[in-house]
Design a protein around this ligand. Sequence first.
Ligand SMILES: [Zn+2]
Length: 122
Amino acid sequence: MHEFSLAQSVYDTTLSVARKHKVKQIRKVVLKFGIFALIQEDQFRFCFDLIKSDSKMTAETVLDILWVPGELKCLECDFKGEVSSFPQEHQELAPIFQCPSCKSFSTEIISGTEAIIDSLVF
Ligand SMILES: [Zn+2]
């Protein structure tokens, strides 16, 4: 399960940063997820809530999730722009996007695949 391992790594990173700064409690974790990172927010929150109860430092931690829009580049016509949804026939691992301008399938995702910790509030 993709969300569980992601939640675990967010938790591990958060704890190690908190220890480095010698803080006792982490109030908030701000995350940035790209819409193409294929993360189910509900599942992610559920997993993180399970894991965070392991430590007093994170027991009360609130998650703030910012969704980053996706951007597509067309290799045929140089179109560059935001795409907000997956193509209908998308497959989990390798979604193929069609250029909204020239309908070509030679496209490249240039942003929207990130899953990163943006900031921590102690
Ligand atoms: Zn194009």
